[in-house]
Design a protein around this ligand. Structure first.
Ligand code: SF4
Length: 276
C-alpha cells in the first residue's frame, strides 16, 4: 500500500473515532517526499504538545483539509509491505528482528524512535505480551523498561521468575504517539510479527497484560473483571489475562488481583514442570 494511502486510512480511522484536528509538522507534499519526517498526531487532552517533536514546525490542521491536500499530491512513495510478510528464510528471532527492523508497514513506523522487537529467553516457557512500547521503550528499543517495566520485573520476581527466563514482547512493535492505544489497523498490520515470535518461542504459557493485548489476541471485547483469574487457550497455549502494570501504577487496588493471577499461573507452571 502506498504511504499516501496509509496516511489517508490513518486519518480516516481517527475521523471515525471523532478526531477532526491533527498536528502536521510541515507541508504535506514535502513530507511525502521525505517520508521519515512525516508526523501526524491526533489532538487530545492526553497528547500534550510538549511531548511531540519538532515543536517549532508544528501546525494544527483540520483532517478534511489534510485529506484534501493528500489527494492532490503526486507522491509516488510505495511501502513494500508485502515483502515484510514473506517469512521465507526467516528461521529464528534474530533473523525476524533484522527482517522487520526498518518496517514502515503502518503509520507508527514514521513516528517511532526505535522499533521494540522484544527480549528474553528465545526458548522461554512463558511469554509476556503487552500492548505497545511507551516513551522509555521507544527511546531504548527495549520492552517494559520504564516505571511499568520495573513493576513487571517485580511482579515476575514475586513468583520466582526473572526477566531473562521469560520472553517479553508487545502486540505492536512501535510506540503510538502520545501513548495512545494502538489502532485496530496498526494491530492488524503488526500482529503477524508477534505470531511469528510465538511460533519460534513456542511458549507453554502466555501472560497477556491489559485488555488491549487480550482483545488483540482473542479478537473479542472483554471486561477485565470477567476474564482475569482464568486460564484461556490462545493457539493451544494456556493464556492468563491480567492487568497491565501501567494500570497498577494508576490504581494500586488492582495489585491484589494481579498477585492472585500470578500465583495461579505459577502453580500451573510448577505442575507443568513436574510433568515435564
Ligand atoms: S508498529 Fe509494527 S507494522 Fe507498524 S511500523 Fe512498527 S513494526 Fe511495522
Amino acid at each position: 500500500m502506498s504511504l499516501k494511502k496509509q496516511i489517508l486510512s490513518y486519518i480516516q480511522l481517527n475521523q471515525d473515532a471523532g478526531v477532526n484536528l491533527m498536528f502536521f509538522d510541515e507541508k504535506i507534499e514535502k513530507k511525502l517526499k521525505r517520508k521519515k519526517e512525516i508526523f501526524l498526531q491526533p489532538q487530545s487532552e492526553s497528547n500534550k504538545i510538549e511531548k511531540i517533536k519538532p515543536l517549532d514546525s508544528l501546525n494544527i490542521k483540520e483532517t478534511d483539509s489534510i485529506i484534501n491536500d493528500l489527494q492532490n499530491t503526486s507522491s509516488k512513495l510505495v511501502v513494500n509491505s508485502m515483502e515484510l510478510y514473506k517469512f521465507e528464510g526467516i528461521t529464528d528471532l534474530i533473523l525476524l528482528n533484522k527482517h522487520i527492523s526498518n518496517c514502515q508497514n503502518c503509520i507508527l513506523g514514521t513516528t517511532r524512535t526505535n522499533l521494540v522487537f522484544g527480549e528474553g529467553n528465545p526458548n522461554a516457557d512463558i511469554m509476556v505480551i503487552g500492548e505497545a512500547p511507551g516513551a522509555d521503550e521507544d527511546e531504548q528499543g527495549l520492552p517494559f523498561v520504564g516505571r511499568a517495566g520495573k513493576l513487571l520485573t517485580d511482579i515476575l520476581k514475586a513468583i520466582n521468575l526473572s526477566r531473562n527466563e521469560v520472553y517479553i514482547a508487545n502486540i505492536c512493535k512501535c510506540r503510538p504517539p502520545g501513548n495512545r492505544k494502538p489502532l485496530i489497523d496498526e494491530i492488524d498490520r503488526c500482529e503477524k510479527f508477534l505470531h511469528k515470535q510465538i511460533e519460534f518461542i513456542q511458549p507453554q504459557f502466555i501472560i497477556a497484560l491489559g485488555l488491549t493485548a487480550a482483545e488483540a489476541l482473542f479478537k473479542q471485547s472483554y471486561k477485565m473483571g470477567d476474564i482475569r483469574g482464568k486460564l484461556l487457550e490462545y493457539r493451544g497455549i494456556k493464556t492468563m489475562i491480567t492487568y497491565h502494570p501501567a494500570a497498577l501504577l494508576r490504581n494500586p487496588n488492582w495489585k491484589r488481583p494481579v498477585w492472585d493471577d500470578m500465583k495461579l499461573l505459577r502453580n500451573m507452571y510448577d505442575e507443568y514442570l513436574l510433568d515435564k
